[in-house]
Design a protein around this ligand. Structure first.
Ligand code: HEC
Length: 131
C-alpha cells in the first residue's frame, strides 16, 4: 500500500511539474521565450517532465504515452501537429518555440529514444503547419 501511494504521489508531482515546465515558457508578446535551441535540450526542458527523459511515458493520475519505441512518431507531421496545437491533456507548445525549435525537438524524438525513423523536418515544414 505504501508503495502504491508513493507511486501515485510521484506521478501526481510529475503531472504538476510538467504543466509548470510548460508554463515557465509561456509566450510573452509575440516572441517565443524558450531559451534552448538544440533538440535534446528542448526535449529535456519541455517534454521530459511529462514523457520522461527516456521517453517511457508515465501512467497514474494522468496518462502520458511513451515516445520511446513509438509507432506514432514515425509521421513527422503528426508530431509537429501535436507539439504545435496540443491534444486533450497535451498542452499546445507552438507559442513557446519558434519553427526551428519545433523542428529540432521533433527530429530529436524521431531519431532518439529508441526511434530511428528516416527524414528530418525543417523550420519550413513547421511553418507550413502553423494554423
Ligand atoms: C504537460 C505534459 C506534457 C508535456 C509538457 C508534453 N506532453 Fe506530449 N503528451 C501529453 C499527454 C497527456 C499526451 C496524451 C494526450 C491524449 O492522448 O489525450 C501526450 C501525447 C503526445 C504525443 C502522442 C503520442 C501517442 O502515442 O499518442 C506526442 C507525439 C507527444 N505528446 C510529443 C510531445 C513532445 C515532443 C513534447 C515536448 C515538445 C511534449 N509532448 C510535451 C503530455 C505532455
Amino acid at each position: 500500500m505504501k508503495t502504491i501511494l508513493t507511486a501515485a504521489t510521484l506521478i501526481a508531482t510529475l503531472a504538476v511539474s510538467g504543466a509548470a515546465v510548460a508554463q515557465d515558457f509561456v509566450q510573452s508578446g509575440t516572441t517565443p521565450t524558450l531559451p534552448q535551441r538544440e533538440g535534446q535540450a528542448i526535449y529535456n526542458a519541455v517534454c521530459s517532465g511529462c514523457h520522461m527523459a527516456d521517453g517511457r511515458g508515465a501512467e497514474g493520475a494522468g496518462a502520458y504515452p511513451p515516445l520511446a519505441n513509438s509507432d506514432f512518431v514515425e509521421s513527422p507531421d503528426a508530431v509537429i501537429a501535436w507539439v504545435l496545437n496540443g491534444y486533450r491533456a497535451m498542452p499546445p507548445l507552438g507559442s513557446i518555440m519558434d519553427d526551428e525549435q519545433v523542428a529540432e525537438v521533433v527530429n530529436y524524438v524521431r531519431h532518439n529514444l529508441g526511434n530511428s525513423y528516416e527524414g528530418s523536418s525543417t523550420a519550413a515544414d513547421v511553418q507550413a503547419m502553423r494554423e
